[in-house]
Design a protein around this ligand. Structure first.
Ligand SMILES: Cc1cc2nc3c(=O)[nH]c(=O)nc-3n(C[C@H](O)[C@H](O)[C@H](O)COP(=O)(O)OP(=O)(O)OC[C@H]3O[C@@H](n4cnc5c(N)ncnc54)[C@H](O)[C@@H]3O)c2cc1C
Length: 496
């Protein structure tokens, strides 16, 4: 690391240890980031540690949608849809660079799902659940109109379609920009910093923490702790969380492979599940799957059976596209940290969140969605501020922009920025990038967007070496680590 970023990191770690915090957040995914921002904005002395990189868990592995969840409406979960629908608009308003409204065309078939008239009523209800007004009003299309929009669509028993609105985001960028906002409001945050254990000592917790870059241990005192460790949260000592982890994968293909109109995605039905085909600049993101997962969260990977299922669904909806494994530019897999309920299929498991207080000064937060992170944070911080007896200010996270516009640009957005040395330097100096894959996978998304990043990695690693002061040995080790990380995805790993 450059002297500058090493010094900044050492200063943060020193500050975390030197004076008791009001709140220590364990986990720097979207939920922990949202809590740190809210708590800091309300004037609490807030710290956050992440064992790996920020957003390296589920929060860089989602479908990247801010959505109410049309599917949950069908399941009768009206409260959940309302909550998420309001939040999708809130996130769009506080971070417009990370919320692009997107129409979703939902083709309706005679043999699959509900009749067209019911779907039309359903999407009108969906609009109303956004406190009366969605990004744009939904509507129905006849079969011919649907074909005009989606010329490659399967016409076998096609009745027509409906269009409703959600939004596309970048999950990792939303997490990182939320953390930048938290720091702007005084939060102390550190990645590659592991929470090991804590014991209650007087009116505070004494927390054992490890700087995983140096192996050094430190003690952080905090009056309250919030466990926001996503798929790892039931493993954290003192946690009372019980999770059901389900895996989902996505693939990325060239935009030209399926004709879709600008600003419109497609909702595809597969049995009782729905998958999405989402335009992302010059690419299409297609996913996702939903299968139970029991191994270590760190080991989640993209399997060939997952890929074939996604390809099969896309080819059933767009037969002439004839997508094959050879079309795949990149892929990712992630784990939904759902509140445990062993009954029903993974897709039936509720996406509702839960905030619990199993011990004095300890909170667990789990479940929920990227879309509802801000609300989850608001509810958690309100409870914690009450416990602390602090005269905490009211929550302002729904009103105050995430970042000033100039600070958000030019290296944060839904579409990756150009691949440049300047961008790499920015991520190292201003966004806590420590390793090569921090830049390639999460800060920039270049790995997922461009097919040639494995080939260009040596050049990009040289830029990072210059920005971070790496030796040739460290640069080679970083390239090997990136290759290992990439091997958990397809096409880097052809033989899962
Ligand atoms: C396939 C898929 C698609 C999805 N699509 C959507 C979508 O389109 N829209 C939507 O709203 N939601 C979606 N979700 C859900 C959403 O992504 C998750 O709810 C959300 O990202 C969870 O964030 P989190 O902060 O709880 O967990 P994570 O992002 O996993 O963060 C937990 C963090 O805790 C850290 N940690 C673990 N152990 C320790 C420790 N000992 N010390 C310190 N830190 C630790 C980890 O390193 C990790 O960074 C999707 C999820 C999946 C899997």
């Amino acid at each position: 690391m450059s002297t500058h970023s090493t010094e900044k990191r050492q200063t943060t770690l020193r500050q975390l240890a030197e004076r008791p915090l009001d709140l220590l957040v364990v986990g720097g995914g979207i939920v922990g980031a949202g809590v740190a921002r809210d708590a800091a904005m309300r004037g609490l002395r807030t710290g956050l540690v992440d064992r790996y990189d920020f957003a390296s868990g589920t929060s860089s592995r989602s479908s990247r949608l801010l959505h109410g969840g049309l599917r949950y409406l069908e399941q009768g979960r009206v409260g959940l849809v309302h909550e998420s629908s309001v939040e999708k608009k809130v996130v769009h308003s506080i971070a417009p660079h990370l919320g692009q409204p997107l129409g979703f065309i939902f083709p309706v078939y005679k043999i699959n799902g509900r009749p067209l008239w019911q779907m039309r009523i359903g999407v009108k209800m969906y609009d109303l659940l956004c406190n009366g007004r969605n990004f744009k009003p939904s509507r129905g299309y006849t079969k011919d109109e649907t074909l005009g929009k989606l010329p490659q669509i399967n016409t076998d028993t096609l009745r027509g379609s409906v269009r409703y609105y959600d939004a596309l985001t970048s999950d990792a960028r939303l997490t990182l920009d939320t953390l930048r906002s938290a720091v702007n409001h005084g939060a102390l945050i550190s990645n590659y910093t592991r929470f090991i254990d804590a014991k209650r000592d007087g009116d505070a917790w004494s927390c054992e923490i490890e700087d995983t870059l140096t192996g050094e241990k430190l003690v952080i005192r905090a009056r309250a702790i919030l466990n926001a460790a996503g798929p790892w949260s039931e493993k954290i000592p003192h946690s009372a969380v019980k999770l059901r982890l389900t895996k989902g994968i996505h693939i990325v293909v060239d935009r030209k492979r399926v004709t879709v109109a600008e600003g419109e995605a497609v909702t595809m039905v597969e049995g009782k599940r729905i998958l999405f085909l989402i335009p992302w600049g010059e690419r299409l993101i297609i996913g996702t799957t939903d299968t139970d997962y029991d191994a270590r969260p760190e080991d989640v990977s993209v399997g060939l059976d997952d890929i074939d299922y996604v390809l099969h669904t896309a080819n059933t909806t767009f037969p002439s596209a004839r997508l094959t494994r050879a079309d795949i530019i990149s892929s990712w897999s992630g784990l939904r940290p759902l509140i445990a309920n062993r009954d029903g299929t993974p897709s039936d498991t509720s996406r509702a969140h839960q905030i619990t207080n199993p011990e004095k000064g300890w909170w667990d937060i789990a479940g929920g969605k990227l879309t509802t992170y801000r609300l989850m944070a608001e509810q958690a911080v309100t409870k914690i501020a009450k416990f602390l007896g602090a005269a905490a200010a009211p929550c302002r996270t729904a009103k105050e922009p995430l970042l000033p516009a100039a600070e958000a640009a030019p290296y944060s957005g839904i579409i990756p920025p150009p691949v440049t040395a300047d961008a790499v330097r920015h991520y190292v100096e201003n966004e806590w990038a420590v390793h090569l894959d921090d830049v390639l996978l999460r800060r920039s998304s270049w790995h997922f967007y461009h097919g040639d990043i494995p080939a260009r990695a040596p050049e990009i690693a040289q830029w990072m070496a210059a920005a971070a002061g790496w030796t040739p040995g460290r640069t080679a080790a970083e390239l090997a680590d990136y290759a290992r990380e990439a091997a958990k995805t397809y096409p880097s790993s052809k033989n899962h």
